[in-house]
Write a protein of this length. Structure first.
Length: 291
């Protein structure tokens, strides 16, 4: 298992794509913001099958937020001349991305190969220099390596939790987690430390000794991962960070889904691929900067 203890494979912007809706700021957009009361409407398709379209649209916005050189005619629909993104503008922008690029389909949604092609075509049309491909049959370590490579280059990773195979309507899936801290009383003990750059030949530190400092030990707040959603499959998410969690002794993927920050247990995801999914539909879009 790779050791990410000393590296930080994560996006540079901890807010990812902040979308403001009803005075709340969301962690990326959500397909659930689109109405589904008209079964033959485009909004209905986005609401029910548009997670790949959301992930693609958010990717373009993230790049545009990091540098103005990645702004486009499409992303300006979301920005409206500002650096903030409001939900009503965001929704108009997603409709444009869906209409011009992803073209979300009923039942089949958007294939990973289609998302990769869209990203490459979009980049080519504006001269952004990115090339995308849908990777299949990735091993445990190869997938981690590609995700780390992309995140360290500040490129979000679109990841699919594919359907059950060979029963695409099966209900088996993985869990999404949130972090919950365990609170306990603050440690009030303190210690006196002598500055090591001075003469500290006296046997015990004393408040009368110059260059001493009274410090309190850091307060450690243990935490746990709480299940927030379960049996998730047939869904795209965006990976924004990889956490080698020494407390949980697991590799956790920090993700954006439905406008919220969640975590995926990487071991559970790989077990799902082996047991219920497949390495063709459960995979990632690899994006490289080629010029």
């Amino acid at each position: 298992m790779p050791n990410y203890r000393n590296s930080k494979p994560e996006l540079s912007n901890s807010s990812y794509v902040p979308v403001i809706k009803n005075s709340d700021t969301f962690y990326g957009g959500s397909q659930m913001w689109f109405p589904d009361n008209h079964v033959f409407s485009k909004d209905y398709l986005i609401h029910n099958y548009g997670c790949g379209t959301i992930a693609t649209a958010d990717l373009f916005l993230y790049l545009a937020l990091q540098s103005s050189i990645y702004r486009s005619l499409e992303t300006e629909i979301a920005f409206r001349g500002s650096t903030q993104i409001y939900s009503e503008n965001y929704e108009a922008y997603v409709r444009t991305i869906n209409y011009q690029y992803t073209k979300t389909k009923r039942y089949v949604a958007v294939f990973g190969t289609r998302i990769a092609s869209v990203i490459t075509d979009y980049s080519d049309s504006y001269g952004f220099g990115y090339k995308a491909s849908w990777r299949i049959k990735l091993t445990y370590y190869d997938m981690l390596d590609i995700m780390e490579e992309m995140l360290l280059q500040d490129i979000p990773v679109i990841l699919s939790i594919g359907p059950n195979t060979p029963k695409p309507w099966g209900k088996k899936g993985i869990s999404f987690y949130t972090i919950r801290e365990i609170e306990y009383p603050e440690n009030t003990d303190s210690i006196t430390v002598v500055n090591p750059n001075t003469d500290n030949s006296l046997s015990e530190p004393n408040e009368l000794i110059p260059n001493t400092q009274v410090i309190k030990p850091p307060i450690k707040k243990p935490y746990y991962y709480k299940t927030s959603a379960s049996q998730i499959n047939g869904h795209y998410v965006t990976v924004t960070g990889i956490i080698r969690d020494d407390v949980a002794n697991q590799i956790m993927l920090r993700i954006s889904s439905w406008g919220k920050l969640y975590y995926i247990n990487y071991e559970e995801y790989r077990d799902y691929i082996e047991s219920y999914g497949d390495a063709f539909t459960s995979s990632i879009v690899r994006i490289r900067k080629i010029y």
